[in-house]
Design a protein. Sequence first.
Length: 368
Amino acid sequence: MSGKKVLLIFGTRPEAIKMAPLVIELKKHDEFEPIVCVSAQHRQMLDQVLELFDIKPDFDLDIMKENQNLWSLTSDILLKTKDVIELTKPAVVLVHGDTTTALASSLSAFYAKVPIGHVEAGLRTFDKYYPFPEEINRVVADSVSSYHFAPTDEAVENLKKSAISSENIVKTGNTVIDALLYTAENKPSNLDYLNLNKNLKTILMTSHRRENFGKPLETICDAILELVEKNSNIQVVYPVHLNPNVRDVVFRKLSNHERIILTEPMEYAPFVTMMNKADIILTDSGGIQEEAPSLKKPVLVLRDTTERPEAVKSGAVKLVGTSKEKIVDETQKLLDSKQHYEKMLSGENPYGDGRASERIIKFLSEKL
């Protein structure tokens, strides 16, 4: 007899990384039958992660188009997940985070009156246009969900303030730490192709968020240039996102410096190895804010607000925004002061211990 059907729907690389440990863990439990549906909102980057974790989707909606927009993306996912939900008749649909896939899939399950479990529930900036459209995506997903898997105490409190019943909220830690520790242990990568200079300090840099397109990204690149010119003992590694809004600016600004290494987007396992090798990380990525403290790396966040304030409070992460002066100043402090550097590493990772998936499955066992 097959177990209760758990339909997991995700579509981007970060979602896949954070849902993979849950798929792996569900397969260990006979009482559940995991069914994986990918929207392929990010095709190439998603496939890399599926391969790494040996996950073969049961349904692949393959919706990525050239120049896709939020309207077409949302309607395509909504309609195609309707068919999957009707066909599979799951006991619960699990969605993740704040992507358009999470928004549309949770609405689709809600319309079908199927219970929804929201993994990484309760994150908020309380500004509906920042990050856009993610803040509203996660608010809607939380509103229609039956079960809320909150990564931190702060996320739990946000959910309670939204009048969500405590009995349907569980603090799990973040599944990204499950994925990180699994990958660091089982999938080390060779980075020789980058030709890194072992005698230089390494800054790992990523920036891809929509709110940083245009002038903010230009300013970030100017800050990187200034840092490299001021410090002959550093090198910068920047895996550049595929979005033309990112690539056009980054390659125009940064491609002519011998100590700035621009690479294609890295697959997840090499990126984990790269984080391990880095001395400092500059990023606007939400996931990296959660992961890097587990690897004991200081993170400067290229945003003005974050829905992950716990890392800021722990001291492992600092918001520097997109001001050239602030990025340069805060990075320089980390380069110059061992005391300042070590202070940022001293905090515990507030995002978990690598057992979030186990807690989610225990909760589902009790509820379904």
